[in-house]
Ligand binder design. Sequence first.
Ligand SMILES: Cc1cc2nc3c(=O)[nH]c(=O)nc-3n(C[C@H](O)[C@H](O)[C@H](O)COP(=O)(O)OP(=O)(O)OC[C@H]3O[C@@H](n4cnc5c(N)ncnc54)[C@H](O)[C@@H]3O)c2cc1C
Length: 609
Amino acid sequence: MVILRPTPESLDTDVLIIGAGPAGLMAALTLSRLGIRVKLLDRRVPGETAGQADGIQPRTMEIWESLGIGAELKAVGSHIHRSVMYVPNDDGSGIKEASQTLTLPLDCTPHPYTLCVASSMTEGMLIRALAERGVIIDQPFVPKSMQIVKTEDDARVSYVEVTVAGLHEDYLRINGVRQADRGKLIDIPEAVKAGHVIRAKYVLGCDGARSWVRKAVGIALEGETTDLVWGVVEFTPETNFPTMRASNVIASPLSGGILHVPRENDTARVYIRLRRDPNTVAEGETQGSASQDSQEKIIESIEKAFLPYTMRLTNVTWCNEYKVGRRVASAFSSANCVFLLGDAVRTHSPMAGQGANGAMADACNLAWKLAYVLQGRANPDILDTYEAERRAHAMELMKFDRDIFEAFRPGVFTADAYINVRDQKVMFMSGVGVKCESRLTVPDRERVAPGLRIGERVPWAGITRHSDWTPSNLLDLMAYNGHFKLIILPGDIRDPLVAHLFSAFSWKLVESLRKDVIKFLDIFTVLDVPKETSCEGLHLPPAFRITENVYADEDGRGQAQQNGRLYESLNVRPDRGAAIVVRPDGITAMVTGVRAEYVDGIVKYLDAL
Ligand SMILES: Cc1cc2nc3c(=O)[nH]c(=O)nc-3n(C[C@H](O)[C@H](O)[C@H](O)COP(=O)(O)OP(=O)(O)OC[C@H]3O[C@@H](n4cnc5c(N)ncnc54)[C@H](O)[C@@H]3O)c2cc1C
């Protein structure tokens, strides 16, 4: 509902985030890193767990690195490099190994594996990173009502007013109120300890699949209910199964399709497709526990599935059965001031380990755009690109989810069918191959660098800093600091003409860019020369930071050292060079030649944000 009010003197916060799961925590962290005031609330009591995501994909680890976090989880989590497929053995009494493969090609990312850690550990890391920035979660809090307010003097200016209620932890504990039921307590005086109004420029609905925010702005989830019921168990295995440190996909003649993933501290999680009537299981009830009877059946089926190996499930910490809908929101935002992220905007099966990863990617995509608008560096219509880019991802995910689900259908499930689906989508699953397409990504029509995938994150390519020979990588330069990056590949500057053209380009660039744009632009140069080459003849403006930001296209150390791989992989034309504009979220946005006549294109792009 939209109402008119006088312009307030000030707002309580720039961005109010409702829900502190992976989407909300990442949104709060990225926004606060960019200097945006945030408030974050959640209906959970501190320390109470909610999410179940344990598979962290390579692109998420890269994003964490760009924020300076993640090392602690990589140290404790289980790294899944190896995937093994099992099929029925010859007499159908159990299983035998059929094939094995790498989880991911080794040369596409510094983290070619899935990291498996409990979701509470991932959330804990994000909460600690937020606390270091002075951001704490208001909890247990629930929203009561929300209004979009237009100001009377300028109808284009709006903000959002949300009435929230703090809940008594004792009331929740004594009455055993489930997380899903806490929103219903707002009219029970004994349950509510405080209520107040928060006025924010933007509200982010990060409140999960049954999002209150989504319903409050009248956005529907559209899609289908799947007819397959899954069981999931977390436990400590006692076993002689030979590939416990790999992820295992098992086509058991006795129990059907099984997916096993190793976890931290020698624990494990197993998903099993259950022969249950889908009508007996409620959609989206992923947090609870299965009945004792169901748990016993699930555990028995899993133990049987590993025959002829012994598998005993001890110390079972979670066992549930669930059915998931495959749905995408009809809109990702309302009135350009309420945005939906994560499960609030799409739901699907957890089979491919995508939900939490996608939720965190949503946050990274949206946060810098919100920061740019709030800081007056971009027009509000840049926010439309959030839906354009993330809806395409959601639709591709739905298709992938359908394919992988169908691969597990009883009767048709084979290791080959699974591998087929997986192999086709391995880069998408890893997050590394997810593409953003909107007005912010400009196709390379002149084929300046045909090997560059515009709309994907910058390639993982080893380089060497020219001044001190420090080995580095293009990805290492992509700090999530709110700055655009310009990666310039001028060519072989030992050729005086190339050096001259590069110099002319560089001076025209800094003269043409507005001061407030150049302040938020990090310029890096990668030369197509060995690192020993002298740069004395290069005459570049100070913004090019020749000591810190000039690199040689030289990968590796010692004998393994190789020159020219980046230029070669991007297919950069030696007569033109390439200047790659990269967005603050590490996504390549456009590429031009390194000649003075191309500067206007770069300036126009950055001016038109
Ligand atoms: C069994 C299982 C396994 C999975 N495995 C993986 C995996 O390996 N990898 C992966 O990426 N994903 C996985 N997922 C999916 C993943 O858990 C979700 O996609 C992810 O948690 C979504 O994050 P989110 O922040 O959008 O929502 P949630 O994690 O649901 O967080 C929503 C938050 O909002 C709060 N909230 C909700 N309503 C309100 C309200 N009215 N007021 C205040 N607060 C509210 C909740 O308390 C919660 O903290 C799995 C899911 C399941 C069920």
